[in-house]
Design a protein around this ligand. Structure first.
Ligand code: NAD
Length: 338
């Protein structure tokens, strides 16, 4: 089996090398086709951040495992990440947040386990990039929410909730203010809910949802949201389980799926080999399961969980009185626990 791999920008190559080292040590039956994609490719003159050859390879193989890619703020440069999601219509962004032994949080100290899945619509909303200056002093952005786009991501969320035997599925929205756009998304949610009577379906206004997730995250199970609200809420959930270093993500489409960490290129620590590769490794484990490589996924996941339980840490988490390992040493510690 072959997958496309893009190492990305910033800490991307460091964490990707660490994760592939763990994969290789487990002798996974998987070959990698490294593709040119990222801000560095944009800088070489490719306006969508990837070479035509990279695009061909990804479309042929159907799976992209990617490191984070930089998007400079402000005008001029399109996000390579958003372009990739749109190009391949990866309409559902699934982000799983689970308490991990060895990663202390206020909730783990209070023995409150967290197991939350956020499904974020991945193509529409303000991420359509339809913005212009109305006058020198007025910038205008358009937000679009469509019935087909909403139905496909909501249906994905319900199917996934059914498969994982979820007890509850919640729609986050702001339909009290954005009555047409979020109103449409919410209508679609309850329309699909009728097909899944075994699931408790409810909705929460997104600001209230943010507060309730912080106060009682164990009351939630699967939460589906529009793009921008989903982006913000999923970073909040990463904070609940120990930070961005522990937040994996899968961008699911009908033909192509992209597996990556939630976090970005971490320019403040890039080039020092100190980043935490856990989020990318968890994304990689989800990818192995997606590919049917269940045994490899289980061995690597158990080794990772055991390593964390032992108190092994990178600098961004854990008991500060214990020494922190660098990215490569952390990968080696996981391998030693196979
Ligand atoms: P960021 O996620 O890169 O960093 C936020 C903070 O978290 C930083 O302090 C960083 O050091 C820390 N951090 C992130 N990942 C870490 C890890 N694995 N180990 C240890 N610490 C980690 O967010 P940002 O600074 O807002 O964004 C930087 C760049 O990344 C921007 O260009 C942004 O557009 C891009 N970005 C890309 C993706 C993606 O490729 N999917 C996602 C988010 C942001």
């Amino acid at each position: 089996m072959k997958i496309a791999v893009a190492k990305g920008d910033g800490i991307g190559p460091e964490i990707m090398d660490a994760v592939l080292k763990v994969f290789d040590a487990n002798k996974i039956d998987l070959k990698y086709e490294f593709v040119e994609m990222g801000k560095w490719v944009f800088d070489k003159g490719f306006s969508n951040g990837m070479t035509p050859e990279a695009q061909r390879t990804i479309e042929e193989l159907g799976i992209l495992f990617k490191g984070p890619m930089e998007t400079p703020k402000g005008k001029g440069v399109k996000s390579v990440n958003v372009t990739a999601r749109k190009t391949w219509n990866t309409y559902a962004n699934k982000r799983v947040f689970q308490s991990l032994h060895g990663v202390d949080t206020v909730f783990s100290k209070a023995a409150i386990p967290i197991d939350l899945t956020i499904v974020r619509e991945n193509i529409e909303d303000t991420y359509g990039g339809i913005e212009h200056m109305l006058t020198h002093d007025v910038a205008l952005s358009r937000r679009f929410i469509t019935r087909p786009g909403s139905m496909q991501v909501i249906r994905y969320a319900f199917e996934m909730a059914r498969k994982k035997n979820a007890r509850r599925i919640t729609c986050g929205h702001k339909a009290n203010i954005m009555k047409l756009t979020d109103g449409l998304f919410l209508d679609c949610f309850y329309e699909v809910a009728k097909e899944y009577p075994e699931l408790k379906a409810d909705d929460k206004i997104v600001d209230d949802l943010a507060m309730k997730l912080v106060v009682s995250p164990d009351e939630f199970d699967v939460v589906v949201l529009t793009n921008l609200q989903g982006d913000i809420i999923s970073d909040l959930c990463a904070g609940l389980v120990g930070g961005l270093g522990f937040a994996p993500s899968a961008n699911i489409g009908d033909h192509i799926s992209i597996f990556e960490a939630v976090h970005g290129t971490a320019p403040d620590i890039a080039g020092r080999n100190i980043a935490n590769p856990t989020a990318l490794l968890l994304s990689g484990i989800a990818m192995l399961r997606h590919l049917g490589l269940m045994e490899n996924a289980a061995i690597i996941e158990n080794a990772l969980l055991y390593t964390l339980e032992q108190g092994v840490r990178t600098g961004d988490f854990g008991d500060r009185s214990k020494p922190a390992l660098n990215t490569t040493e952390f990968a080696d510690a996981i391998i030693s626990n196979f």
